[in-house]
Design a binder for this molecule. Structure first.
Ligand SMILES: Nc1ncnc2c1ncn2[C@@H]1O[C@H](COP(=O)(O)OP(=O)(O)OP(=O)(O)O)[C@@H](O)[C@H]1O
Ligand SMILES: [Mg+2]
Length: 268
């Protein structure tokens, strides 16, 4: 009912700030002094060199930075897929280093949806089987999983490709299967590593729209690594990563200001 009587506002102009105000206070993600070193024989690569950040529930965050700056490494830490050499990662204010194997598996299966840079689809399984697998892990029945799997694949525009295996799909289609799989168990947090990297402009925009809708309607926290300016446009904040460190954080207001300045320059 309240929706029906809501006044029509100038959506595009008011959205960014009003979105920030509606966000709950709780942190979805908190990273404290995280260092990650990879040891390769005698060589040590320090991929993350003291990361501190907080991401509130329902925020839409973009992480940008040059190749090798540590974006995927940071994702692996936040997603509980790898352990920091030093420092702590908190999901919903729980230190994930304190979770036992069962709790960590639950976190990975139910709470976080992963979209990997390299898709990581299972090659012998069809698109539908790839998407329903996490649902089966989560205890859903086969019938329920199949119906939901078809629905999600249809949402990402692959309703007519559900029986195809990854190698029978284009790169962009594989990416969309990976996105569908990430959404399989209604995650509270989506970690998306270059989710539009292999997509044409139109499909990329569809995916951005889908992630943004999940973010706005369902309050899903979205964290993406991206070079896509269209993706930056919808972000609440942008973290700039340089050489394993956060170099700069831009807020929604600053992003708007930049757009304003660019407009001004164009006029001048
Ligand atoms: N498993 C690993 N073993 C050793 N070094 C690694 C490993 N994974 C990443 N690195 C190194 O850590 C650094 C950060 O890598 P990472 O993949 O996080 O970068 P990125 O910002 O995601 O880059 P891109 O934009 O190319 O995806 C790089 O120098 C990389 O070579
Ligand atoms: Mg990467």
């Amino acid at each position: 009912m309240s929706e029906a009587v809501q006044p029509i506002i100038e959506e595009e102009e008011q959205k960014p700030e009003s979105r920030m105000r509606e966000l709950p206070e709780e942190n979805a993600v908190r990273v404290r002094n995280v260092i990650k070193k990879y040891e390769l024989g005698t060589i040590t690569v320090e991929a993350l060199r003291g990361i501190n950040l907080e991401i509130r529930r329902g925020e839409y965050i973009s992480i940008v930075g040059p190749s090798g700056s540590g974006k995927s490494t940071l994702f692996n830490m936040i997603g509980g897929l790898d352990k920091p050499t030093e420092g702590r990662v908190y999901i919903d204010e729980v230190d994930i280093a304190q979770l036992d194997a069962y709790e960590l598996a639950w976190l990975r299966c139910r709470k976080i949806g992963y979209i990997f840079q390299t898709f990581n689809l299972i090659s012998v399984m069809t698109a539908l089987e790839n998407v329903t697998l996490p649902m089966i892990f989560a205890g859903k029945t086969a019938d329920e999983s199949i119906q939901q799997g078809i629905d999600i694949l249809t949402t990402v525009g692959l309703g007519d490709r559900i029986q195809h295996k990854p190698l029978e799909l284009s790169g962009g289609q594989q990416q969309r299967v990976a996105i569908a799989r990430a959404l399989a168990n209604d995650p509270a947090i989506v970690l998306a590593d270059e989710p539009t990297g292999n997509l044409d402009t139109k499909t990329g925009l569809d995916i951005i729209h889908l992630l943004r809708t999940l973010n706005e309607k369902n309050g899903v926290t979205i964290i993406t690594a991206t070079h896509d300016t269209k993706m930056l446009d919808v972000s609440d904040r942008i973290f700039h990563l340089v050489d394993g460190k956060i170099d700069k954080v831009e807020t929604r207001e600053e992003i708007n200001l930049q757009v304003g300045m660019l407009d001004g320059e164009e006029v001048g």
